[in-house]
Design a protein around this ligand. Structure first.
Ligand SMILES: Cc1cc2nc3c(=O)[nH]c(=O)nc-3n(C[C@H](O)[C@H](O)[C@H](O)COP(=O)(O)OP(=O)(O)OC[C@H]3O[C@@H](n4cnc5c(N)ncnc54)[C@H](O)[C@@H]3O)c2cc1C
Length: 392
C-alpha cells in the first residue's frame, strides 16, 4: 500500500446542482484512473469531495458520473462558498484516514495521490489555499493530463542523477498566448540535502475541455460523511446577503454571436462601432476576447462600459457559447478562446493573417481587415434585407 492513494476531485455546485466543470473533471478522472488501475494492477479510486448543505442527492448523482466514492461534509455553514472554511475542511478531508478506511486499506495512507479543482474563480482560489495547506505544488489552468513513469535528471530534485518517478501526473497548460504547451510536474525532492515529498500532485482544470462520461444509474459507489471541525475563527467571514446578478449580456437567446479581439487596434472606436452595427444588422450578441476586457484601447466611456466588460469574454475565463452563427473579428484563435466557442454551428473569421490559428477553426475565413470587410458585409446585408423580409 502506498502513502499516496486515489484521485480526489473537488466538486463545485450551486445548491446541489453540479457545475459542468465538476462533471467534466469526474469524466477525466474516471478515464485516467481506469488506465492507471489497468497499467499498475491496482485498485485506486476516483473520490469526489463535496461541501454543502443537504447534498446527499448530489453525492448519489456523482457516482453515476464516475466517482467510486464520495466524501461529503454537510452543514449550514458550508452552504455557500467561503474560502477560509472550505480550505480548512477540504484539507482535513484530504488528510483523513478514517474516511478513506471506508473504501480502501489505509495502513500507509498519508494524503491523496492526485487532486483536481475547477479552474474558475472559486476553484483557482481554493486550489491555491488548499495546496498551501497540504504543502504541495499546484499547476493551474490545465487542459491535458497524462500519467506516466518518467526518468528525471535534475540539478536540484535528483542532485543530477537520473531517477525513475513512477505514476507521475503530466499536467499540460497552454502558455505564451495560448499557442505553446508547458508540461508541469510535481515531483518529490530526492536530493538528500533537500529531501521531501510533494503530494498530492494537483491542478485546476479549465472548464469545457474534458467531456463528462454518460451518466450510468446502475453504477454503485460508497458515500462517506465527514463531520468537519470548525472553531470561531473559521466563521469570522459571514454571508449576510447573497444576490445572483443577472448579466445585461444575453448570449443564450441570440442565434448569432459576433466577437471582436485585439485586431480592432488600428482605430478601436470606429472598429467597435462597425462590429456593433453588424451585430444589430444580424441581431447578434457581442462577445470579446479576454485582452479586450483589460481595457487596452482608449475609447469613449459608452463603448468602454458597454463592450470592454468581463461579462462579454468568450473562453475559458468567460462564457461558453454555442450559437448557430459565430463571427470572430480580429481574433487570432488562442485555445482558451476556442474552448468557449467551439460548439458553435457555423463559424466565420475576419482576419488579414492567413496563418492565424482561427483559420483552422472556422467554416469560412475572410482574409482581410475588418475596416474593409465589415462595411461590405453591411452593404450587402442591407441590400438583401427587403428580400429577406418578403420571404418571411
Ligand atoms: C490562463 C489564461 C486564460 C485565458 N482565457 C482566455 C479566454 O477566456 N478568452 C480569450 O479570448 N483569451 C483568453 N486568454 C488569452 C489568450 O491566450 C490570448 O492571448 C487571447 O485570446 C488573444 O486575444 P486576441 O485574439 O484578441 O488577440 P491577438 O492574439 O493579438 O490576435 C489579434 C488578431 O487580430 C488580427 N488583426 C490584426 N489587424 C486586424 C484587422 N485590421 N482586422 C481584423 N483582424 C485583424 C491579427 O491578425 C490577429 O490574428 C487566456 C490566457 C491565459 C493564460
Amino acid at each position: 500500500m502506498s502513502k499516496y492513494q486515489h484521485l480526489y476531485v473537488v466538486i463545485e455546485h450551486e445548491d446541489g446542482m453540479p457545475l459542468p466543470v465538476s462533471l467534466e473533471m469526474l469524466g477525466e478522472a474516471r478515464r485516467l484512473i481506469d488506465g492507471f488501475n489497468k497499467k499498475y494492477s491496482s485498485d485506486e479510486k476516483v473520490v469526489a469531495v463535496v461541501l454543502g448543505h443537504n447534498v446527499r442527492k448530489l453525492c448519489e448523482e456523482l457516482i453515476f458520473y464516475g466517482a467510486d466514492a464520495v466524501i461529503y461534509a454537510d452543514s449550514p455553514e458550508l452552504r455557500y462558498r467561503r474560502n477560509l472554511i472550505d480550505t480548512k475542511v477540504i484539507s482535513q478531508i484530504a488528510r483523513s484516514r478514517e474516511v478513506v478506511a471506508e473504501f480502501s486499506d489505509t495502513s500507509e495512507f498519508v494524503k491523496p495521490r492526485y487532486m483536481f479543482f475547477g479552474a474558475d474563480s472559486i476553484g483557482r482560489h481554493l486550489s491555491s489555499t488548499v495546496l498551501a495547506e497540504l504543502e504541495s505544488g499546484l499547476a493551474s489552468d490545465i487542459n491535458k493530463l497524462v500519467i506516466e513513469d518518467l526518468e528525471i535528471k535534475h540539478e536540484h530534485k535528483t542532485k543530477g542523477q537520473a531517477m525513475m518517478y513512477e505514476k507521475t501526473l503530466e499536467m499540460y497548460r497552454p502558455d505564451f498566448s495560448g499557442f505553446l504547451w508547458t508540461t508541469i510536474l510535481c515531483l518529490d525532492n530526492r536530493n538528500p540535502a533537500i529531501e521531501r515529498e510533494y503530494h498530492p500532485q494537483a491542478c485546476s482544470i479549465i472548464p469545457g475541455v474534458f467531456a463528462p462520461i454518460e451518466p450510468d444509474k446502475s453504477r454503485r459507489g460508497i458515500i462517506v460523511e465527514y463531520v468537519p471541525e470548525f472553531d470561531e475563527r473559521d466563521l469570522q467571514v459571514r454571508i449576510l446577503d447573497r444576490k445572483i446578478v443577472k448579466s445585461a449580456v444575453d448570449f443564450d437567446s441570440h442565434k448569432a454571436v459576433i466577437s471582436f479581439g485585439k485586431g480592432v487596434k488600428d482605430s478601436p472606436e470606429q472598429n467597435i462601432k462597425l462590429v456593433s452595427d453588424l451585430a444589430k444588422e444580424i441581431e447578434a450578441e457581442v462577445g470579446i476576447s479576454l485582452p479586450i476586457s483589460k481595457k487596452l484601447f482608449p475609447v469613449s466611456q459608452g463603448i468602454n462600459s458597454t463592450y470592454m466588460i468581463p461579462d462579454r469574454v468568450i473562453g475559458t475565463s468567460g462564457r461558453k457559447v454555442a450559437p448557430l452563427l459565430y463571427i470572430a473579428v480580429g481574433i487570432s484563435g488562442a485555445m482558451q478562446h476556442i474552448a468557449g466557442m467551439k460548439e458553435s454551428g457555423f463559424v466565420v473569421a475576419i482576419n488579414p493573417d492567413e496563418n492565424s490559428p482561427i483559420k483552422d477553426e472556422c467554416d469560412v475565413f475572410i482574409r482581410g481587415r475588418m475596416e474593409d470587410v465589415i462595411p461590405l458585409l453591411l452593404e450587402e446585408l442591407r441590400k438583401q434585407r427587403p428580400t429577406i423580409q418578403v420571404k418571411k
